[in-house]
Structures are given as structure tokens and as C-alpha cells.
Design a binder for this molecule. Structure first.
Ligand code: UD1
Length: 320
């Protein structure tokens, strides 16, 4: 297929581009490089620099004629989304409307969208499956859910079929070392542990040690970015095969606590990592784990790279 990857220079997007190219797709990347990196680009994929809030730039690129769009362009800092919802409304919501309109105008049939576990809010049961109520507790999660609803309407009214992939905690780096762009101001646990290990930051602050979990720290479902990438390619195959829209969780079904992650990092790196315990971070559920049965059954997808050791080792290689 001829695929436009919007946000293809970003952390997850660049891994998706690599996987699509390896599976024989023709790929172009549209990215504003606001958080993506030029070093994440692949020479085999045409690159167009542009912003999704610029409807004219999108209309122009979409005229090149694509079978599918993979849309990963978004602002993703949960805390910032609560302080500056305007930025998230314009980038995530208006930007996606521009993408869908350009797709409708140019007859692009399929969309694979990077959604998030943040659409669920506080878990009512675990593991979370796709039938779990969607009650986001932050504005970032709200934008992801609203985009899923927009895609449902554009499916009904314009025939654009979509797969929304609800990622749990994306982590790890390409095991071949082909993708090396680092987040300049990381907010997520593993990059922060890496910065504490290299001395770039003083220490890791563990947010809360009194949660109702075995060691008192929060549990998350970490999924290797190469596994996530493979799911996007599988989602395109699914759309072509079935011509049906769908929503899938992507996770491992296993949980790792913050302390377990820290200890596993110390083991892989071979030294102690400075850390301290801090207050709970508002809006953090104690546990989040995915049921990925639907992705297994319908996409034939299964995580293969997501052992905690592999996630850490592939990340450490890049941070070193
Ligand atoms: C959140 C979103 C997720 C989104 C991701 C993108 C929710 C429920 N989840 O994941 O959908 O894709 O952000 O950024 O909104 N931690 C520390 N110290 C730190 C950083 C993190 O202890 O310095 C802890 C957190 O409290 C949490 C765990 O590490 O328990 C993982 O945090 P993080 O990497 O920020 O991801 P989530 O908040 O789980």
C-alpha cells in the first residue's frame, strides 16, 4: 500500500515507518519536527515537513494519492494537557479534523490512529478490555476519545475505515539501533530513569509509595515500541482484508511496578540509580493492565519484544 505516516519522525512513528518499509509498503512521512527528529527519518521514505494545523499543507500532500494514513501526530503530555487544553484542542482535535477532511477530499480509504489507554480513565476492572467504559480523567485522554468518535462519523458519512490502537505504556527502542532520537524533556518513567542513570538528571522521583499494590508503587503495562509498530502494519492488513473499522488495546497483559522497573534497570545497567520517594502524582491510577485478546484474535498480533529486560536494554543502548 501507499501509506502516509503523519508524525513519522516521532518516537513511535519512526518505528512504524521502519516496520512498514520492511513489510514492503511505499511510505511518505509528514511531520513538523516539533518533537520528532530528522535522525529518525528513513531515506526510503519521502519526507514532507508540515504541521497538521495547516490544512493547506495537508491538502497538498494528500493529493499525492495514498491508500492509507497512519496518524500519530499529537501532543502527549498528560499534565500539560490539563494546564493548556487549548494547545491540545488545536493540535489533537483540529489537526485531526484537517487530516480527515483532506482524506475525504482525496479519497484516502483507511486510517490507523494512535489512541491511548488514557481513554479509559480510572479502571473499573482489570485487565481492561475494549468494552471497558471510556471516562477519561485528563484532557489528553479526552482528545484521543473524541478523535475515535470523529473517525466513527467519517466512517459512516465518508466511508473512511479506521483502526484505533489504544496503546498502554509505550517503551523501548529499535533493537537494531536504527532509531536514536531522544525526547528532549521526557515525562515518562523509563526515559527519566535513563537520565538519572546517565547523570543528566539528579534522581528519579517515584510518585507515591502507598498505593494498594504489592510494593506500594504504581503498576503499568509496558509494551515495546517495535511490538506497537508491528500492530500498525497488521492493522492496515486487517483494513484491507475486512474493510471494517475496529478498536484494539495494545499491551502485554502483564504489570510492572515503578520499583520493579527501577530494580530491573539497575540490573541491566549494573549500578545503583539515584531515586527518592515523592508525593503521588494526581490522576495516576494504581494499576493499569490491558487485555489484548481482541488484537490477538483479529490482527493475529502478539507482543514478541516486550520483556522488561529487552525494553530496558534497547533503551539503555540509545541513552549510553
Ligand atoms: C500516561 C497515559 C498514557 C499516555 C502516556 C503518554 C494515563 C492513564 N496514561 O501514561 O495513556 O500514552 O502517559 O505520556 O493517562 N512515574 C514516576 N516518576 C516519574 C515518572 C513516572 O514515579 O518521574 C510513574 C508514574 O507515577 C506511573 C508510571 O511511572 O505510575 C508510568 O508513568 P508514565 O511513564 O508517565 O506513563 P503513564 O502516566 O502511565
Amino acid at each position: 500500500m501507499k501509506v502516509l505516516v503523519i508524525g513519522g519522525a516521532g518516537y513511535i512513528g519512526s518505528h512504524v515507518v521502519k516496520n512498514l518499509l520492511a513489510c514492503g509498503h511505499e511510505v511518505a512521512v509528514f511531520d513538523d519536527l516539533s518533537s520528532g527528529h530528522e535522525i529518525n527519518l528513513f531515506s526510503q521514505a519521502e519526507f514532507v515537513r508540515g504541521d497538521i494545523t495547516d490544512s493547506e499543507a495537508l491538502a497538498k500532500v494528500m493529493q499525492k494519492g495514498f491508500d492509507a494514513v497512519v496518524h500519530l501526530a499529537a501532543k502527549k503530555a498528560v499534565g500539560e494537557s490539563m494546564e493548556n487544553p487549548q494547545k491540545y484542542a488545536i493540535n489533537n482535535l483540529c489537526g485531526t479534523i484537517n487530516i480527515l477532511n483532506a482524506m475525504a477530499d482525496n479519497g484516502v480509504k483507511y486510517m490507523v490512529f494512535s489512541s491511548s489507554a488514557a481513554v479509559y480513565g480510572i479502571p473499573q476492572y482489570l485487565p481492561i478490555d475494549e468494552k471497558h467504559p471510556t471516562l477519561p480523567i485528563n484532557f489528553y485522554g479526552f482528545t484521543k476519545l473524541e478523535i475515535e468518535k470523529l473517525m466513527t462519523w467519517y466512517d459512516q458519512l465518508k466511508g473512511i475505515k479506521f483502526v484505533a490502537l489504544r496503546y498502554f505504556n509505550a517503551a523501548g527502542y529499535d533493537e537494531d539501533g536504527d532509531i536514536r532520537g531522544l525526547d528532549s524533556a521526557p515525562q515518562n518513567l523509563l526515559p527519566i530513569i535513563m537520565e538519572a542513570a546517565t547523570g543528566k538528571r539528579e534522581c528519579l522521583k517515584i510518585f507515591g509509595q502507598d498505593y494498594d499494590t504489592p510494593d506500594g508503587t504504581c503498576i503499568r503495562d509496558y509494551i515495546h515500541v517495535n511490538d506497537l509498530a508491528g500492530a500498525h502494519t497488521a492493522a492496515l492488513d486487517y483494513l484491507q482484508r475486512t474493510n471494517e473499522s475496529a478498536v484494539f488495546n495494545l499491551g502485554t497483559e502483564a504489570g510492572t511496578s515503578v520499583l520493579q522497573m527501577l530494580e530491573a534497570c539497575e540490573k541491566v545497567i549494573g549500578r545503583k540509580i539515584p531515586h527518592l520517594f515523592a508525593e503521588r502524582r494526581p490522576g495516576d491510577p494504581a494499576r493499569l493492565t490491558a487485555s489484548a485478546q481482541a488484537a490477538k484474535a483479529k490482527l493475529g498480533w502478539e507482543p514478541k519484544h516486550s520483556s522488561i529486560e529487552n525494553i530496558i536494554a534497547s533503551t539503555w543502548r540509545v541513552y549510553q
